[in-house]
Write a protein that binds this ligand. Structure first.
Ligand code: OAD
Length: 243
C-alpha cells in the first residue's frame, strides 16, 4: 500500500523530481543492465562496448551492438509506468523527469521536457566532436562517417568515463535541490552522478522515495521505499493522486 504521507506531500508539492533507470523500461521488454542473468552487463562487458576506448579499438563492434539495442528498443512500447509518469506531469505544478535511460520511451509515453542524463540511443554524433550539436541521422549497418569532417559517427549516448551533458547535469542537480518530493524509480543507484541526485534532494529537505522491487545500495537513505514494480506502483500513485 502507498504511504498516506507520500500522497499528502505530493498533493502539496510545488515541484516533484523523478529519476528513472532501466527498471522503468523492464516491463517494456528492454533489458536492464545489472539484473542477474538477463541484465546486459551479465552478458556483455561494458568496458568492451560502452567506452570511447572500445569504440576507438573496434568501432564496428560497438556500432553493431548499439544498432542491435536500437532495434530492440524501437520494438518496445511504453508501459504503464511510463504512462503514469506522463500523467503525473499534469497533476503537479512542476515535474522534472530525469532519465538515465537512452530508449526514448518516456517521450513516447507523452512525457515532455525529459532530461536525458545519458543521451539517446537514436541519436548519433561525430566521434571527433567536430560539431557536438550536429546529429548524424544514419542507421547504417556499418559505422557512417561524419558528414562534416569524415570522422566516424558514434551513438549519442554517454559512455563510461565521459561527462554528462552540462545542460542536463545542471538542470538535474538544480531540480533535485529544489524539489519537495523526489522519486527514484527503477535504478540500482550505482552510477554517479545520477546516483547522487537522491542524496541532494534528501539533504535539501525533500521527501525521497525509492520505487524498486529490490533493495539498492542507497535504500537506507530514502524517506520511504516501495518494493514493487514501477508499472504497478506508479499507476496506483496516479490513481490516488487524481481522485
Ligand atoms: P540497472 O540495471 O543497474 O538497475 C536496474 C534497477 O531496476 C535494479 O535495481 C532493479 O532492481 C530495478 N528493476 C527491475 N525491474 C524493475 C521494475 N519492473 N520496476 C522498477 N524497478 C525495477 O540500471 P540503471 O540503474 O538504470 O549507464 O543503470 C544506471 C546506468 O548504468 C545506466 O544508465 C547505464 C548503466 O551502465 C550508461 O549508459 C552511462
Amino acid at each position: 500500500m502507498l504511504p498516506e504521507s507520500l500522497l499528502v506531500r505530493l498533493r502539496d508539492a510545488r515541484h516533484v523530481c523523478v529519476l528513472t533507470g532501466a527498471g522503468v523500461s523492464a516491463e517494456s521488454g528492454v533489458p536492464t543492465f545489472r539484473d542477474a542473468q538477463q541484465g546486459l552487463w551479465a552478458q556483455y562487458d561494458p568496458m568492451e562496448l560502452a567506452t570511447p576506448e572500445a569504440f576507438q579499438r573496434d568501432p564496428e563492434l560497438v556500432w553493431r551492438w548499439y544498432r542491435w539495442r536500437r532495434e530492440l528498443v524501437s520494438k518496445a512500447e511504453p508501459n504503464a509506468g511510463h504512462r503514469a509518469l506522463a500523467e503525473l506531469q499534469d497533476l503537479v505544478p512542476r515535474l522534472t523527469l530525469v532519465t538515465q535511460n537512452v530508449d526514448g520511451l518516456h517521450q513516447r509515453a507523452g512525457s515532455r521536457d525529459v532530461i536525458e542524463f545519458h543521451g539517446n540511443i537514436f541519436s548519433n554524433r561525430c566521434f571527433a566532436r567536430c560539431n557536438d550539436d550536429r546529429l548524424v541521422d544514419r542507421d547504417d549497418a556499418t559505422v557512417p562517417a561524419c558528414p562534416d569532417c569524415g570522422a566516424p559517427a558514434r551513438p549519442g549516448v554517454v559512455w563510461f568515463g565521459e561527462g554528462i551533458p552540462e545542460v542536463a547535469l545542471n538542470a538535474s542537480f538544480a531540480a533535485a535541490a529544489d524539489c519537495d518530493v523526489f522519486l527514484s524509480v527503477g535504478t540500482s543507484s550505482i552510477v554517479y552522478p545520477a546516483a547522487g541526485l537522491g542524496t541532494i534532494a534528501h539533504e535539501s529537505g525533500a521527501m525521497t522515495v525509492e520505487v524498486n522491487p529490490n533493495p539498492t545500495e542507497q535504500s537506507g537513505g530514502f524517506t520511504s521505499t516501495l518494493r514493487d514494480n514501477a508499472a504497478v506502483i506508479l499507476p496506483k500513485l496516479i490513481e490516488l493522486l487524481a481522485h
